[in-house]
Design a protein around this ligand. Structure first.
Ligand code: Z5A
Length: 236
């Protein structure tokens, strides 16, 4: 189904698409591919960004969070820091880009806070709901692509990349497997609770097959972004 764009008719505001999932699910790989497709096909500008980060101040907070600076203070303090980064990111980058009619592709957004600090970290859902209302307001994704992968496979992919680049595990990658299993369950529960916004993509397949499933989901949910592809149906 086609989702209404918040705050105006189609064309008045760009589309907002978030990518979610566990470690190593392939979000960065697939965002780059979708951005290239949309730039070639849609005629809209495309803004690729990520959380935490996306604006200079939010990138500073990212460095602290992934370095584990906030971990000793617990999931509430971490959620506040992710929120502080998000406020700046929304004000400086996301809302202006949407206002110019650009399509925004964001690597992680509110569902990562729900999954990491909420379901896996133990923070109360009511606290997260309140934070979301204050921080995000009406600027919610039109479509969220949840890349679903066995956590052991995702961690192995991330470790393989780490071995190639020489980068060690960050604060979240270093969590034990049961934390990552809770994350996967949390993302799938979000998809079940909000099927109109979320599409679950099987991320265990090869990159070309995952890309095709993502294009199908975008064409089905936001057909004006990929004109002529809308009839092929939705993803899983
Ligand atoms: N976090 C949070 O706790 N709360 C919040 O509110 C927010 C975030 C917003 C950000 O880390 C961390 O912040 C994140 C959650 C937390 N946890 N961690 N860690 P990040 O941005 O540095 O990392 P990430 O978001 O988890 O992404 P990632 O680990 O870089 O993975 P990815 O982007 O999903 O995957 P990739 O880089 O595209 O691919 C990983 C490797 O697999 C790479 O070598 C690829 O070549 C390979 N790959 C990709 N696709 C495939 C397929 N289909 N088959 C085989 N191999 C593949």
């Amino acid at each position: 189904m086609t989702l209404p764009r918040i705050g105006g008719s189609a064309g008045a505001r760009g589309a907002f698409i978030s990518f979610e999932g566990g470690e190593g699910a392939g979000k960065s790989t697939q965002i780059a591919r979708l951005a290239a497709t949309l730039r070639a096909r849609s005629g809209h500008g495309v803004c690729v960004t990520r959380e935490p980060g996306g604006s200079p101040r939010a990138e500073e907070i990212r460095t602290a969070l992934l370095g584990g600076v906030a971990k000793p203070y617990g999931p509430f303090a971490e959620a506040l820091l992710f929120s502080a980064a998000r406020i700046d990111h929304l004000d400086r980058l996301i809302r202006p880009a949407l206002g110019r009619g650009e399509t925004v592709l964001c690597d992680r957004f509110i569902d990562s806070t729900r999954a990491y600090q909420g379901a896996a970290g133990g923070l109360d859902a009511a606290v997260l709901d309140a934070l979301e209302r204050v921080v995000v307001g009406p600027t919610r994704p039109d479509l969220t692509l949840i890349l679903d992968l066995d956590p052991a496979a995702g961690l192995a992919r991330a470790a393989g990349r780490g071995a190639r680049t020489g980068q060690g595990a960050d604060r979240f990658e270093a969590e034990k497997l049961d934390f990552h299993i809770r994350l996967r369950e949390a993302f799938l529960a979000i998809a079940r609770a909000e099927p109109e916004r979320c599409a679950v993509i099987d991320a265990s397949r090869d990159p070309d097959s995952v890309e095709a499933a993502i294009r199908d989901a975008v064409a089905a949910r936001l057909p004006d972004l990929l004109p002529g592809e809308g009839a092929r149906g939705d993803a899983a």
